[in-house]
Design a binder for this molecule. Structure first.
Ligand code: NAP
Ligand code: G4F
Length: 328
């Protein structure tokens, strides 16, 4: 039985990856951080809690990480832990850089010393591309990185240190460069889940307005369930390499609002207002990933369409607000 070690197992991706790896027959271990409300830490793990092993650890607490690597001796490490909110990275830049950059070197260097043959996956991000777009309007593996946030800058460091450890120490270390991916388990302060949740509340008469920031930025939005499958394929590819994971489609925040409100029988223009507090000091205006390499070499492609993703999120929150909550 292969052993997987997932940092940030109680996050959106960590919880879906744990379910996917259990289905593939893995022994799944993962880290959570101490939180003053313990219920908040495990709600996404409801389907699998009794079948996985969780431990308190923090990427910034080197001893906690080393102790677990020595104890578990994993075959595969998935580094999903991060301060993952781009706008909040402007408010807490030092913590973001500590976790998303220094945290990666803490973990990969501990792996080099304790489990040098481990297969290592780093959760890299399309936010690293920032302002760079190729002439055909895509970002791909060869696109120059030009980040526009403390989050993006820190992720570029993590990406590069993983490539460096691959070359310098011959480690099987890979980057998945994932474009935005969402689900009913997405944090409520990311734009998709914020829009869906508030639109459902408006539909039910519990709210009458929704305040957003920039509605004219474009994102390539996929489903987290599809993307965690790509993580496993990337780390198990014969060569340690870096792969873009994306739908190859892009939609503006405005279009996303239109799809969500229309599905609920509403017109977003009647309810959505701009509030400058949700604007960013620097915006990343456009993302559209070329995932041809992953499609060709890993035989991966997304199963969810953009509309199916948004409808699933709407159905989930309508159920929750009508008292029929279930973990999707
Ligand atoms: P998420 O839901 O925010 O999960 C992040 C996890 O990391 C949480 O469990 C969080 O714990 C944990 N964490 C934060 N700081 C930590 C620290 N110092 N030490 C240990 N754990 C820490 O994010 P996600 O959407 O699942 O994303 C997973 C990874 O993919 C992240 O690295 C993210 O940056 C990256 N990524 C995400 C996307 C996307 O669109 N979702 C796209 C590209 C890349 P707490 O809940 O206790 O804070
Ligand atoms: O949903 P978002 O906060 O996601 P963002 O900034 O693209 O970051 C996500 O995707 C990255 C991959 O590209 C990940 F690496 C990262 O961890 C995270 O998962 O914002 C999407 C867009 C932005 O252009 C933002 O300015 O929506 C715009 N937006 C407009 N109004 C808003 C809002 N975003 C948020 N969070 N809240 C708003 O009210």
């Amino acid at each position: 039985m292969k052993k997987a070690f997932i940092t940030g197992i109680n996050g959106q991706d960590g919880s879906y990856l744990a379910e996917h790896l259990l289905n593939l027959g893995y022994d799944v271990h993962g880290t959570i951080r101490r939180n003053s409300v313990p219920e908040n830490q495990s709600y996404r793990l409801g389907k699998v809690e009794s079948n996985i092993h969780t431990y308190y650890a923090d990427l910034l607490d080197q001893t906690s990480i080393e102790k677990l690597l020595m104890q578990i001796k994993p075959d595969e490490v998935y580094n999903l832990a991060a301060q993952s909110h781009v706008r909040i990275s402007f408010d807490i830049p030092q913590f973001t850089v500590q976790t998303n950059a220094i945290g990666v070197i803490n973990l990969i260097d501990a792996c080099r010393r304790i489990v040098p043959d481990v297969k290592f996956y780093q959760a890299s991000s399309s936010e690293m591309f920032g302002l760079s777009v190729e002439s055909d309007a895509f970002q791909r593996e060869s696109t120059i990185m030009n980040p526009t946030s403390p989050y993006g800058c820190a992720k570029v460091f993590g990406y590069n240190i993983v490539r460096h450890y691959r070359r310098a120490y011959n480690m099987h270390a890979c980057n998945g460069i994932l474009f935005n991916h969402e689900s009913p388990r997405r944090g409520s302060n990311f734009v998709t889940n914020k829009v869906v949740k508030e639109a459902c509340r408006i539909k039910l008469g519990l709210e009458d307005r929704l305040e957003l920031g920039n509605m004219d930025s474009y994102r390539d939005w996929g489903h987290s369930k599809d993307y965690v499958k790509a993580m496993h394929l990337i780390v198990n590819h014969s060569e340690a390499e870096d792969f873009i994971v994306s739908t190859m489609e892009t939609h503006s925040v405005r279009e996303m609002c239109d799809v969500v409100f229309k599905y609920l029988g509403l017109d977003y223009r009647d309810y959505v207002h701009q509030n400058p507090i949700f604007l960013r000091p620097e915006e990343l205006p456009y993302l559209r990933g070329d995932s041809s390499k992953a499609r060709k070499l890993l035989n991966w492609k997304p199963e969810y369409t953009f509309e199916q993703l948004m409808y699933e999120m709407c159905d989930h929150w309508m159920d929750v607000f009508q008292g029929k909550e279930s973990l999707r």
